[in-house]
Design a protein around this ligand. Structure first.
Ligand SMILES: C[S@@+](CC[C@H](N)C(=O)[O-])C[C@H]1O[C@@H](n2cnc3c(N)ncnc32)[C@H](O)[C@@H]1O
Length: 332
């Protein structure tokens, strides 16, 4: 079975190595575009790939889709129609199209196919589909796949999780936290207290306030003006290393987006686990320099595992040179 995998272009080689480590019999075929690779699986089935990626904490494969048919572009429409009988009518379905060819009009193609599907009685949706028909168009070939959103690791085209800009948004970093909540399917507490480490200018603090938490924002830097008047935001203008050892509060959630060496940031999170309520969730980013990223992640995770159960590690669409780690306090 051929599979198209997608990663951030700068981490595409690492993503490929992650899949090759999971499936030693797999054969890399070609790069279809920046960060988009085609691989032939050997011993692992497509449906086993996403669970294996989760178990092995492979962080850089962002999206997968199977290739069931490879056809010349001019045969795409007829091939798509032949797919209709295999689709489960009881479950929602999305059509996700990526194209590097300028010849392909994606919205026209999507509309035509959607009309056929709707006429056949299928439940075509844009958001949160259960099933996905994936179409990748290169210059002259279309790769067609059909799978579930869970198998694809993401319900978004190529794992490109888009959020609308909101009035009042403080930083682009907000998207990272929103994406982590969506990708890891997290249920955050809607009341209580959150600790935001490295909070300035306050994007994550704003997201946590919207969820309903009161927030202690720790950062020597300034918070956006809009947060100054919020009585449920308290700004502790100091370093985390100064704040945490003297903290008497207990928190329902800790987040950390500090610009800091990954192992040092992990050590600070280990110290901060003392102020997290038993079983509480923590979300952090690990900043990655250019080289040796796997070793850096492994070192940081080993530090974190003293105090947390690791739920997931992933380079998200809105992460740049970093991965997001989600974990839960081991304290009972
Ligand atoms: C990427 S920004 C955080 C953005 C924030 N999450 C948002 O949504 O607006 C990183 C922040 O980490 C802070 N930082 C770096 N080292 C720190 C430390 N030792 N203690 C507290 N904050 C620190 C920096 O001052 C900077 O404001």
């Amino acid at each position: 079975m051929q599979v198209i995998f997608t990663a951030s272009p700068e981490f595409a080689q690492i993503a490929l190595a992650e899949i090759q480590k999971l499936d030693r019999q797999s054969k890399f075929l070609q790069w279809l575009d920046q960060g988009i690779g085609l691989i032939e699986l050997g011993e692992v089935t497509f449906s086993d790939l996403a669970p294996q990626i989760a178990v092995t904490r492979s962080a850089f494969v962002r999206h997968l889709c199977p290739v069931l048919e490879t056809v010349p572009l001019e045969k795409l429409q007829t091939t798509l129609s032949s797919l209709i009988p295999v689709i489960d009518r009881t479950q929602s379905l999305s059509i996700q199209i990526r194209a590097i060819s300028k010849e392909v009009n994606r919205s026209e193609l999507r509309n035509e196919f959607a009309n056929d599907l709707i006429a056949a009685g299928l439940n075509v949706v844009v958001k949160d589909p259960v099933q996905i028909v994936s179409i990748f168009c290169s210059s002259n070939i279309a790769y067609i796949g059909f799978s579930t959103a869970a198998e694809n690791l993401s319900s978004w085209t190529g794992g490109m999780h888009r959020f609308a800009h909101e009035a009042g948004q403080i930083s682009r970093a907000e998207f990272k936290l929103l994406e982590a909540i969506a990708v890891f399917n997290l249920t955050l507490p809607t009341q209580g207290r959150a600790l935001d480490l490295g909070a300035s200018p306050g994007g994550w603090t704003r997201v946590l306030r919207q969820i309903g938490l009161s927030v202690v924002a720790v950062d020597p830097g300034d918070l956006a003006d809009a947060l100054h008047s919020d009585p449920k935001v308290s700004h502790s203008r100091q370093l985390v290393q100064q704040y945490v050892p003297n903290c008497r509060d207990r928190f329902d959630l800790i987040v950390n987006d500090m610009r800091m060496d990954a192992a040092d940031s992990a050590k600070n999170m280990r110290a901060a686990s003392q102020v997290l309520k038993p079983g509480g969730l923590a979300i952090m980013t690990l900043k990655l320099p250019g080289k040796g990223v796997k070793a850096i992640i492994n070192t940081a995770i080993a530090i974190l595992e003293n105090s947390y159960e690791i739920i997931g590690v992933r380079n998200l669409f809105h992460n740049r040179q970093e991965v997001t780690v989600v974990m839960r306090s081991l304290a009972e």
